[in-house]
Write a protein that binds this ligand. Structure first.
Ligand SMILES: C[S@@+](CC[C@H](N)C(=O)[O-])C[C@H]1O[C@@H](n2cnc3c(N)ncnc32)[C@H](O)[C@@H]1O
Length: 250
């Protein structure tokens, strides 16, 4: 599998500084409370720099984050919080001592699993790490919206006190694989010297339909409880890029 988020991780928090982690964490807390009111322990898959995890501890959860990028984990580990821990691990094959009430995987992490075997292994792994009737909550790219809207070239510019970052995203669509390769070219300008450095990363993203998720759930020991648009809670449609699924361990 493509190992991305290498150079990207240094700039991740700046690139997503406008992302509303508070609102998203509140949404996840409410979703957990709706389906498993007593849940306390949470496993976060692809925890990134630990932003959701940190906020979720404020709602009373103790959170264990696993994340493949060692650079992301080293940023997450700087958060000083006794109800948080992070491990460098691949979600397709990890083994922890504990079991959890809930597993979450937020901001399209599951869409980074482009192979069927990686998906099946991850879902089985999550199943092994959940307590009885534990929940698995994740958001993914939604095939009906991807086909309807078609990914486009995008440019994003962000500035900190010392840097200006420009990210060019060029999608390459692989219709017969339910995949979009997002080719990122990143330019970083140091504002004091005007020195520009560049790098490129390819992020292959898979999109899913609800019957596909349901099939995956049934074949790995889960049942699909619910699906809705991430954050807005609307019924998934051709306008819904990110759909949130709630699965329960059978
Ligand atoms: C878009 S980021 C989301 C990070 C974080 N959840 C957030 O919301 O900021 C996707 C993350 O998934 C991680 N990831 C992708 N595939 C993974 C795998 N197989 N095992 C562990 N982490 C993975 C990447 O390293 C990256 O940190």
């Amino acid at each position: 599998m493509n190992q991305n988020f290498n150079a990207y991780s240094q700039y991740y928090d700046l690139l997503y500084k406008d992302k509303d982690y508070n609102a998203e964490s509140e949404y996840i807390k409410n979703t957990i409370r709706q389906y498993k009111a007593q849940a306390k322990t949470l496993l976060e898959l692809g925890a990134g720099t630990g932003k959701h995890a940190e906020i979720l501890t404020e709602f009373g959860f103790s959170v264990t984050g696993i994340e493949r990028s060692a650079d992301m984990v080293s940023i997450a580990k700087k958060i000083n919080n006794e109800n948080l821990e992070f491990h460098v691990a691949d979600i397709t094959h990890f083994k922890l001592e504990n079991k959890f009430d809930v597993a979450t995987s937020l901001f399209h992490v599951i869409s980074y699993l482009t192979e069927n075997t990686a998906l099946i292994n991850t879902f089985k792994n999550v199943h092994n790490h959940l307590n009885e009737k534990g929940l698995f909550i994740f958001d993914v790219w939604y095939s009906p919206a991807v086909y309807h809207q078609t990914p486009e070239k995008r440019t994003k510019k962000l500035k900190s006190d010392s840097l200006e970052i420009t990210r060019y995203a060029t999608p390459e669509i692989h219709t017969n694989k339910n995949l979009v390769d997002v080719n990122y070219k990143i330019e970083i300008e140091e504002l004091s010297t005007h020195k520009i450095t560049e790098f490129e990363e390819k992020h292959p993203m898979r999109h899913f339909s609800t019957p596909e998720i349901e099939l995956l759930a049934i074949s790995t020991g889960f049942k699909l409880l619910h699906s809705e648009a991430f954050l807005t809670k609307e019924k998934p449609s051709i306008h819904t890029w990110g759909v949130c699924y709630v699965l329960e361990k059978i």
